[in-house]
Design a protein around this ligand. Structure first.
Ligand code: AHR
Length: 500
């Protein structure tokens, strides 16, 4: 197969905002407990956080981190997680049928983020709670001093405010599984009320209202319209959530999941702009794609059917998907989709970070390692700098059961003023693709390097038996001549090319 791209530094989509490479930490399974936090582990510091995990999270290049959920947040009392640890209550977590010990709360998590070097994006509970608890949390977190709550924060060890800018108004409120789930009308009113109250306290906040939990939700589209009609002037972003998986051996459709993500983003943008027109507003609502990943959901659904009233474990093994090369190549394609919508996707959170549908895995008392999906994320986060460029793509088609004919190559590009990065996914399941890229508009370029992920065995994984089976490989077929770059892409592959 073949593909030809034309790039020009004059044709940009928009700046690559660093929040595009965000992550997500939920109190779920072994994410927090026995994941990032494992006192007694040989690499744990005095605060109980594993240093080996911190190093991997830094290497992953995660910017903003959404916390503490997810479905968990819709039953969470933030007050349970502050104050002396010994006095914190153990609570049932209905979302994940577990016991929450509350050893880790806002202060500890911010301490972890300070070591990772990432920004906190905090979700408030609009499932079982409302505006009152949201503004109390905001006061506790962001007001400098002078009130009972800020004194409480100071007594709990934090004199300076947390200064949290980005807040989620609940989580997946369109989902029937969500505690406190409600219809768009009711949620829209609640979110508007909460946002207004929060802004009355701190006008500079950036607020995310819940969009749909998936493009296949029956209320998709209408949910966004109704919710935004209630909240348009109160919020900054609307969320999108999307998870993909290979179904019934249909690898070709799975690899093309970026086609679905493109359609999702474009539909939400259209709906937000429709409401903007109705409101005659000058304001533009952008997207916070604050949950996206590969997730083999049926494994969890099967596990959920076994829960009983007398079984509420602490940090059980939940959602511990093991990712293959094909999963990593698909995830690379999703990153390409996000970059190609850099004008409207202001922020995105890979869901999640450690042990739970995660690029990083750990074993209690044992090693921490990179899953296959770690590699496209870390390389993109590091090399996608400056502005996203429009990619003029002329490619052969490959046929998929789900999306029909799609371009055999998905591509995105960025330019930071001196180097160009091009991200390429070959969606063909059996054939290599030869790609040419016309870069003559950039003037003289002389160096090219290309690295990516592919394997003879597209289902190869990294696991406890072999934590380094899969890694980044160098593609040495790339050549530059007269402003044209030529590269061969193996079947089922994802590659990042940097040209300077
Ligand atoms: O990321 C796992 C779960 O997926 C989150 O808790 C929820 O928001 C979504 O359904």
């Amino acid at each position: 197969a073949r593909a030809h791209l034309t790039l020009d530094p004059a044709f940009t989509i928009g700046p690559v905002r660093r929040r595009l490479f965000g992550g997500f930490v939920e109190h779920l399974g072994r994410h927090v407990y026995d994941g990032i936090y494992e006192p007694g582990h040989p690499s744990a510091g005095p605060d109980g956080f594993r240093r080996d995990v911190i190093e991997l999270v830094k290497e992953l290049g995660v910017t903003t981190v959404r916390y503490p959920g997810g479905n968990f947040v819709s039953g969470y009392n933030w007050e349970d997680g502050v104050g002396p640890v010994a006095g914190r209550p153990r609570r049932l977590d209905l979302a994940w049928h577990s016991t929450e010990t509350n050893e880790i709360g806002l202060h500890e998590f911010q301490g972890w983020l300070d070591q990772v070097g990432s920004e906190l994006m905090l979700a408030v509970n609009l499932g079982t709670r409302g505006p009152k608890e949201a503004i109390e949390l905001l006061e506790y977190a962001n007001v400098p001093s002078g009130t009972a709550r800020t004194e409480q924060r100071r007594a709990n060890g934090r004199a300076e405010p947390f200064g949290i800018r980005m807040w989620c108004l609940g989580n997946e409120m369109d989902g029937p599984w969500q505690l406190g789930h409600r219809n768009a009308e009711d949620y829209g009113k609640l979110a508007s009320m909460t946002a207004k109250a929060m802004r009355q306290l701190d006008p500079g906040l950036e607020l995310v209202v819940c969009g749909s939990s998936g493009r296949d939700m029956p209320t998709f589209g209408e949910w966004e319209r109704v919710v935004l009609e209630h909240t348009y002037e109160d919020v900054d972003y609307i969320s999108c959530h999307a998870y993909y998986q290979e179904r019934e051996g249909d690898l070709a459709s799975f690899l093309a999941s970026g086609v679905d993500m493109d359609a999702f983003i474009e539909a939400v943008v259209a709906t937000a702009d429709h409401v903007r027109a109705l409101k005659r507003s000058d304001k533009r609502i952008d997207i916070s794609f604050d949950e996206w990943n590969i997730w083999y959901l049926p494994n969890w659904e099967e596990q959920a059917r076994t829960f009983t009233i007398d079984d509420w474990p602490v940090a059980p093994r939940l959602l511990e998907d093991v990712y293959s090369v094909a999963d990593a190549v698909t995830l690379g394609g999703l990153l390409i989709s996000l970059l190609n919508h850099a004008d409207r996707v202001a922020s995105a959170s890979l869901a999640q970070l450690v042990n739970v549908i995660a690029p990083i895995m750990t074993e209690p008392g044992g090693p921490a390692w990179r899953q296959t999906t770690f590699f496209p994320f870390s390389l993109t986060s590091r090399t996608a700098q400056g502005s996203a460029l429009k990619v003029a793509l002329d490619a052969d088609a490959t046929t998929t059961a789900k999306f029909g004919d799609v371009p055999v190559v998905a591509a995105a590009a960025t330019f930071d003023g001196s180097s160009v990065s091009v991200f390429l996914q070959n969606r063909h399941t059996t054939e290599a693709t030869s790609v040419t890229i016309d870069m003559s508009a950039f003037g003289p370029l002389s160096t090219v390097s290309a690295r990516g992920i592919w394997d003879e065995d597209v289902y190869a994984v990294n696991d406890l038996r072999d934590t380094e089976r899969v890694g980044l490989r160098t593609n040495d077929t790339a050549t530059l001549s007269d402003g044209v770059l030529t590269i061969g892409l193996p079947p089922v592959s994802w590659t990042a090319v940097t040209i300077a």
